[in-house]
Design a protein around this ligand. Structure first.
Ligand SMILES: [Zn+2]
Length: 220
């Protein structure tokens, strides 16, 4: 691991770098319903966030820090955050980048999923929803379209076991008459998972085949 100098305290420490990965074979490239990428990118998550061993600053690149961050990393709220993703999300929220704060919290939930730390993963999924709500109130979108936003929030709520809210969120999205086919399929699949009280991870590859031979459009 190359040494990186912390922009806040100057400590030089070995930090991971995100490796370049080959795109996956198409058949195995379906992301999770919360957009978590398939392998091989999936397993690079441990390198998505760096953490200074001296001052505790956490960021994708420790060698850069926005003005005001030096004070934030000394605050009890920051110090109490569970793990580097939660800490960086805290900074982003304080700087007003609510959409990015939500994504960073969700990435932290994925890292905790991998470590089997269920309680911390739940805490970060809740935080992601909360940051995104703050963002919407401030006019910040966190995905390209509202149906995609409803779909991912539905998944987070379902993973949290908040089935009533998950169902309500999916139904609001399904009320849109112009919903793209992939979104309809995804949200209906969510409703069936919610019905089954399923809180597990699922991927887009599991969507049932479309009836009437209709072609499914992809997300990209
Ligand atoms: Zn530092």
């Amino acid at each position: 691991m190359p040494n990186t100098e912390c922009a806040l305290c100057g400590t030089l420490s070995p930090q991971p770098e995100v490796p370049a990965v080959e795109p996956p074979p198409a058949a195995k490239s379906a992301p999770d319903l919360d957009t978590r990428p398939a392998e091989p990118e999936r397993s690079t998550i441990g390198a998505w966030m760096q953490s200074c061993p001296t001052c505790g600053y956490a960021a994708p690149d420790l060698s850069h820090a926005a003005p005001g961050v030096e004070q934030l990393v000394k605050s009890p709220g920051y110090i109490g955050c569970p793990g580097p993703f939660a800490r960086h999300a805290y900074i982003l929220e304080r700087l007003g980048f609510y959409a990015d704060a939500g994504w960073t919290a969700l990435h932290g939930a994925w890292a905790f999923d991998d470590d089997g730390q269920e309680h911390a993963a739940r805490r970060l999924r809740s935080a992601a929803i909360s940051y995104w709500k703050q963002g919407k109130a401030a006019g910040q979108h966190f995905m390209a379209t509202p149906p995609e936003e409803f779909a991912i929030v539905t998944d987070l709520l379902r993973r949290l076991g908040d089935f009533d809210q998950a169902q309500a969120t999916a139904r609001v999205a399904l009320n849109d008459d112009h919903l793209p086919g992939l979104m309809q399929d995804t949200l209906r699949f969510q409703l069936s998972l919610i019905q089954a009280r399923d809180t597990a991870r699922h991927t887009l590859a599991e969507l049932p085949p479309r009836p009437k031979g209709g072609a499914r459009v992809t997300l990209e």
